[in-house]
Design a protein. Structure first.
Length: 256
């Protein structure tokens, strides 16, 4: 069953990756030619782990995920997007993605909006897309100035699920911290979504920290291949009260 699950995830994931390559390649080429972006990075991940809960079917099992992430910064802001192709041990495949653009108020107005531990203030938005649903988030982002971090951001949103009455809040910190242990280069990165209750949904916390080893460094190709673990802790998963998930995963990450 697990072998079939992994094969099915890889097959679906490879089709998704091919589609992503077709979509991103012209955009990346145009940006490179025009010099629009200050920097950009795309990576592909494969994760596998157990103890994943389905709050609606009241089941628990293994799950494999192929993720494509892309981030860039340009003259007036930055953009982050990703999509996951997940496959459970019952061969159920799902696709989920997020698009998160931000506009720099400091760069647009030409004013210095920095403060202690803050580099810039941005208008932030996120579109969450899954099978049968879309959620809309809009608010303010802070680009933080923390020693030794490659980046650290804090976004504060109004969160709106059109299928629920009213709206709520969401606070999302994300970060990447490089460090060394002897001759090994490591990265501690991740994010957390802290969302209030909305309609029939309860307050929930989705935290996904990662600890990764720069494997490529050992054959003089640093910053290309990482291995390690991602841990998912989800309090009231999907906003379902009382469903708490703790799921460690093995992870490999290829930076393009």
């Amino acid at each position: 069953m697990k072998k079939r699950s992994i094969r099915s995830a890889l097959s679906t994931g490879l089709k998704a990756l091919a589609l992503a390559a077709l979509l991103l390649a012209p955009f990346a080429a145009e940006e490179a030619q025009a010099g629009v972006t200050l920097w950009n990075e795309t990576n592909i991940q494969y994760l596998w782990g157990g103890q994943f809960k389905n709050p609606y079917a009241h089941t628990q099992g293994t799950q494999s995920t192929i993720t494509v992430e892309h981030a860039n910064a340009w003259k007036y802001g930055d953009t982050f997007l990703f999509f996951d192709v997940t496959n459970t041990e019952k061969d159920n495949t799902g696709i989920y993605g997020e698009l998160s653009p931000r506009l720099s108020l400091g760069k647009i107005t030409g004013r210095d909006l920095s403060a202690p531990f803050v580099k810039d203030v941005l208008v932030a938005g996120t579109l969450e897309m899954g099978q049968g649903f879309r959620n809309y988030l809009y608010g303010v982002g802070l680009s933080l100035n923390l020693p030794k971090f490659n980046f650290a951001d804090l976004n504060v949103y109004v969160r709106n699920d059109p299928k629920q009455s009213g709206s709520t809040y969401q606070v999302t910190p994300c970060w990447q911290l490089p460090f060394a242990v002897g001759k090994a280069n490591m990265i501690f990165e991740g994010f957390s979504d802290i969302a209030g209750g909305e309609g029939n949904l309860s307050f929930n916390i989705d935290a996904q920290p990662r600890l990764l080893l720069d494997l490529g460094k050992f054959w003089d190709a640093p910053n290309g291949i990482y291995v390690g673990t991602e841990v998912i802790y989800w309090h009231n998963k999907y906003g379902v009260k009382g469903v708490n998930e703790f799921a460690p995963q093995a992870m490999i990450k290829f930076v393009m």
